[in-house]
Design a protein around this ligand. Structure first.
Ligand code: SF4
Length: 179
């Protein structure tokens, strides 16, 4: 292959890549409870490694925590975390949850998620498609802390107490790093 032709091909490819990068969606679509789980994990010092499910918790968490002013969009269905997950079957989660310690919770994870996300939305004053920054989400979440036993009412009190503690630590750490 002619060297000048090769240079033009590489330059063209590079331009395409740059164009793709520029037009990647900047707004992260996320379920409310996924954001809450990221806050809680951050509070416990999680390192956000890839998960065997292949979902994008680690990449979404890193992006949000790197810049808490990142724009997010509320999603009650499959979000950007679910997108690469092995349990995301055509936009529906086929995973189940452990109901042994919460017999009143639905067995299907998508039903449990929706139940919890609707309760979060009610407390946060948000709905499907609403856009805000991660920081604004955290401010709203702070005001919902006392509602956690109600939002996760199928869980035993001990689990909710641990969740509350982790979320508090996560919110405090995010606020500290945002100073
Ligand atoms: S909700 Fe289901 S599809 Fe989404 S990340 Fe979790 S297991 Fe995967």
């Amino acid at each position: 292959m002619n060297i000048y032709f090769l240079i033009r091909v590489v330059a063209g490819f590079s331009a395409c890549v740059n164009k793709y990068v520029v037009y990647l969606p900047k707004m992260i679509s996320i379920k409310p409870h996924h954001f809450i789980d990221i806050i809680a994990a951050f509070g416990e010092g999680a390192s956000f490694a890839p998960h065997p499910y292949g979902h994008a918790v680690h990449t979404v968490a890193r992006k949000i925590l790197k810049d808490i002013n990142t724009k997010i969009k509320i999603e009650l269905g499959a979000d950007d975390i679910c997108a690469p997950c092995i349990h995301n079957i055509n936009g529906l989660c086929d995973d189940t949850i452990d109901t042994s310690f919460r017999p009143l919770a639905p067995r299907l994870k998508r039903e449990w998620n929706l139940l919890v996300d609707k309760r979060w939305c009610q407390c946060l004053g948000l709905k499907q498609g609403d856009a805000l920054t991660g920081k604004e989400f955290c401010e709203r979440a702070e005001r919902c802390l006392k509602e956690i036993p109600n939002i996760y009412r199928e869980n035993p009190p001990g689990i909710n107490a641990q969740k509350l503690s982790s979320i508090k630590k996560g919110l405090a750490r995010i606020a500290e790093e945002d100073k």
